[in-house]
Design a protein around this ligand. Structure first.
Ligand SMILES: Cc1ncc(COP(=O)(O)O)c(C=O)c1O
Length: 376
């Protein structure tokens, strides 16, 4: 549930009153404030994180037949953007504690065809960026962080969004800050930023008129077959209001996660989500893991929670287990055993900043009741 109050309406009304509803001054302002927030030189607002990752892969020059290393433990978008180029997603299994891509396994997956690495900050917990960036830099491979879950978050004192060649964010309805649908690309590289900007709007270079002609502002040149990925000023207005509350909303998510941790920590039948003392977790998801021998199965636990009015979910069915990847790459379920095993015992409890203390107490009571019914 999005965390909205009068501030979004004020900003949106401002945009509507101005008459500028698509990409314009609000989008520029949102980009500027977002870049300043995370400490990046450039921010390009787009209409989804999927679009952001597509543009980042284009900017680093991914082409047909290339390979891009990523995790199977993620949402569809992370690998589908690689397929847009007819390139190959090369999955690397996850670390059993953090559920993020296992940095120790990355180097052996690199080939001369590897053009990028896309790590995912699953649930909002930053990946081990030092280790990933060490291999990537040594091998000359750009890192594109899938930060759909990780805003605001930080790694060893640095904001996520200020570290790698590219970082891609999502402002989808369930994210910490939302614009309904939306995304942001951050980078410190001016040339790549310009390429993303141009490709986000039909491959049109609006600066061409300045360089090549004395014609008026109507002149433009198409330099590549681009996409229609621009953010509207209505969405950006919402984003501006949300950005100002981002830290407060993250703090609320964290407080809920800490309450859950406190309530469940004494139960051997469950494993609490991982955290790291050197990172700020965005707590987009609260991923509890069941020790399955205590239960009939996960579906039964989900059903019992549902009967108690709690909508738990599962994140994510690893990509290599889906029909498309099974058929396209002949993956078997066992190919990435850690991702598979952890997915089979994961449940995500409700977590969003608008949750009241009563909502949180209800979730805790329901989980404890289900555990008690299993003799835990
Ligand atoms: C890990 C991950 N990456 C990318 C995306 C895509 O984000 P968007 O819906 O903004 O395209 C999602 C969506 O939730 C996601 O979970």
């Amino acid at each position: 549930m999005p965390d909205l109050d009068g501030c979004e309406m004020e900003e949106i009304n401002d945009a509507l009153r101005s008459g500028w509803v698509t990409t314009g001054p609000k989008t520029k302002q949102f980009e500027k404030e977002f870049a300043a927030y995370v400490g990046a030189k450039h921010a390009i607002a787009v209409n989804s994180c999927t679009a952001a990752m597509h543009l980042a892969l284009d900017a680093v020059g991914v082409q047909r037949g290339d390979e891009v290393i990523t995790t199977p433990y993620t949402f569809a978008a992370t690998a589908e953007v690689i397929r847009y180029f007819d390139a190959r997603p090369v999955f690397v299994d996850v670390d059993p504690l953090y559920l993020n891509i296992n940095p120790d396994l990355i180097e052996r997956a690199i080939t001369p065809k590897t053009k990028a690495i896309i790590p995912v900050h699953l649930a909002g917990l930053p990946v081990e960026l030092d280790a990933i960036r060490e291999v990537a830099t040594r091998r000359g491979i750009p890192v594109i962080e899938d930060s759909a879950h990780a805003f605001p978050a930080s790694y060893k004192g640095k904001h996520i969004g200020s570290i790698s060649e590219f970082t891609c964010f999502s402002f989808y309805a369930t994210k910490t800050i939302t614009t309904g649908e939306g995304g942001m690309i951050t980078t410190d590289n001016a040339e790549w930023a310009e390429r993303c900007r141009i490709m986000s709007l039909h491959g049109i270079d609006k600066n061409a008129w300045k360089r090549y002609t004395s014609e008026g502002k109507w002149y433009y040149e198409i330099i590549a077959p681009g996409y229609k990925y621009n953010m509207t000023d209505i969405a950006a207005a919402m984003g501006l209001a949300q950005l100002r509350k981002a830290e407060k909303m993250r703090a609320r998510r964290r407080a809920i996660a800490m309450q859950y941790n406190e309530a469940f920590r004494t139960y051997d039948a469950v494993q609490l989500p991982a955290d790291r003392s050197d990172c700020d977790h965005a707590w987009h998801l609260y991923m509890l893991r069941l020790h399955l021998h205590h239960f009939i199965d996960r579906a039964h636990v989900m059903e019992m929670l549902k009967h108690r009015g709690i909508g738990a979910s599962v994140h994510f069915i690893p990509l290599h287990m889906h029909p498309y990847y099974r058929e396209q790459y002949h993956c078997t379920a066992q190919d990435f055993p850690v991702a598979r095993a952890e997915y089979l015992r994961e449940i995500s409890l409700p977590i969003y900043s608008r949750m009241s203390d009563e909502d949180v107490a209800q979730v805790i009571a329901a989980v404890i009741d289900v555990l008690a019914k299993h003799g835990c």
